[in-house]
Write a new protein. Structure first.
Length: 192
């Protein structure tokens, strides 16, 4: 028995609304923005260069990210930055927020870092520290440390000083034997 037109229109309208909700279902956009003081530092997130501060990058998974900032005249800064999920991205709830909510959810995170000026030590201090370390490592009465310039680079092997013989000549293999009369050729060209 056919349905009345009002009921059919309601079903059609409900179907259109359901399809619209399913096709326009939401998603979550995760974006990390990195800022630095002073701006202009080169940013690497998980060993991928993303640009100079301030800059942003989209990401898929939550967790700890390794953020590295470097800039001439400043010390390189490496930070393991945790990015925990918000409440609507916890397991179970995330299915609803990513598939059934008819809106786009934004999860924007911003992290800021202060870079420290690089400390330049005078050459005399570096040399003095090296001498102190050498005295700590070399016990009294031990063999003296030999400078690198006095070490034989060939490890006792003396390279030849005269002319070097040329490499031997490689001769081509002999020509194949001619087939015997009456033999049958094989598919690969050989005769049996």
């Amino acid at each position: 028995m056919p349905q009345p037109p009002d009921r059919r229109r309601r079903y059609q309208a409900a179907l259109v609304v359901l399809l619209t909700v399913l096709t326009a279902s939401g998603c979550v956009r995760r974006r990390l923005t990195v800022r630095s003081n002073p701006p202009g530092a080169v940013v690497h997130v998980d060993n991928q260069r993303i640009g100079s501060t301030p800059c942003s990058v989209d990401y898929v998974y939550y967790g700890t990210r390794e953020i590295r900032l470097s800039m001439p005249g400043f010390e390189t800064l490496t930070v393991n930055q945790p990015l925990p999920p918000p409440w609507y991205e916890l397991p179970g709830i995330d299915f609803v927020s990513e598939n059934l909510v008819p809106a786009r959810l934004e999860d924007a995170r911003t992290v800021s870092f202060n870079l420290q000026r690089a400390r330049l030590e005078p050459a005399e201090q570096i040399i003095a520290r090296g001498e102190d370390l050498r005295r700590q490592v070399t016990p009294v009465g031990a063999a003296p440390v030999v400078p690198a310039s006095a070490v034989d680079p060939f490890g006792g092997f003396t390279p030849p000083t005269g002319p070097i013989d040329p490499p031997p000549v490689i001769r081509s293999p002999p020509a194949p034997l001619s087939p015997q009369p009456g033999s049958t050729p094989a598919p690969n060209g050989f005769r049996y």
